[in-house]
Design a protein around this ligand. Structure first.
Ligand code: KMH
Ligand code: ZN
Length: 274
């Protein structure tokens, strides 16, 4: 188990609104400023969704390029991971627009899952298409796991794509429709990951602290941010993403873990040094 911790900050997602969290960033400049503050608080990777100025989610290649360029200018040492999930209802072609921004990594969800009142569609053909698009673009996938069966889908994908070498997983727990955000579920999934993998976990909404503490105790890494949570603890709204990162770093410190250096974060994730 590594004592070093990689915090991924998911700054805005596609769904969180200013009504839910007044600090959620929309424009490239707002996103970049949140990225910088999060880096200073200890985040080492950023999970990027692009938005139009009015907050509408988009996978538009130009908007992603602009957003990623602003992040790189504000926080050059952050690892950039773009979303290929986009928002529920977007077409596969639309969702792949984000790869045009030349990130180091991109999310790749390993199966369909109910998502609130909608369905986040990731059938096997789409997973394969996305994995091949990422391989062609030289972008490392982060394998997103929303439910227990997604681990089996990931195993199938790794063999079929084929994705070789080290893999990094993100356990997204507590989505209404997916696996609940509980410590036993963190243990269940992390125990089943292939040896040599790295992984993070994120607890949606009220499951934030339970999932974060379990992941830290189990040797995993942690994702947080307005995409996933709007409160630092029940009743205490996060004013910025950095508030959530700071809470994760404080919990990790109690467990004897501290943020990896930017160079070590790349090494642990099997990425070229930046
Ligand atoms: N917005 C969700 C439907 C990802 O970024 O890859 C999907 C999502 C996953 O956020
Ligand atoms: Zn996302």
């Amino acid at each position: 188990m590594s004592d070093e911790l990689i915090v991924t900050v998911a700054l805005c997602g596609a769904e969180t609104t200013r009504e839910q969290a007044p600090g959620v960033p929309y424009t490239p400049q707002e996103i970049a400023e949140e990225a910088r503050r999060s880096f200073e608080a200890g985040a080492r990777m950023v999970h990027v969704h692009a938005r139009w100025d009015d907050g509408t989610p988009t996978q538009d290649a130009g908007r992603y390029r602009e957003t990623v360029a602003a992040i790189r200018a504000a926080a050059p040492e952050l690892i950039v991971q773009v979303s290929t999930g986009g928002a529920v209802g977007m077409t596969p072609g639309e969702r792949l627009g984000s790869l045009e921004a030349a990130p180091e990594m991109a999310s790749l969800t390993c199966g369909t899952v109910n998502f609130g009142r909608g369905v986040f569609e990731n059938p096997s053909g789409l997973m394969l298409e996305f994995a091949r698009a990422q391989l062609t673009a030289g972008v490392k996938p982060e394998l997103e796991i929303f439910d227990a069966g997604h681990l089996d889908n990931a195993r199938w994908l790794i063999a079929k794509a084929p994705l070789e070498g080290h893999q990094h997983y993100d356990l997204v727990l507590g989505v209404p429709g997916g696996l609940a955000g509980t410590p036993p579920n963190v243990v269940l999934l992390s125990d089943r990951l292939p040896a040599g993998s790295t992984w993070s976990a994120t607890g949606i909404g009220r499951s934030f602290l339970a999932v974060t503490t379990a992941a830290i105790a189990c040797g995993g890494h942690v994702r947080c941010g307005f995409e996933d949570q709007v409160e630092v603890e029940p009743g205490l709204p996060a004013r910025s993403n950095a508030d959530l990162v700071e809470r994760v770093v404080a919990i990790a410190a109690l467990a004897g873990r501290e943020p990896a250096s930017p160079a070590r974060a790349c090494e642990l994730l099997g990425l070229a040094p930046r």
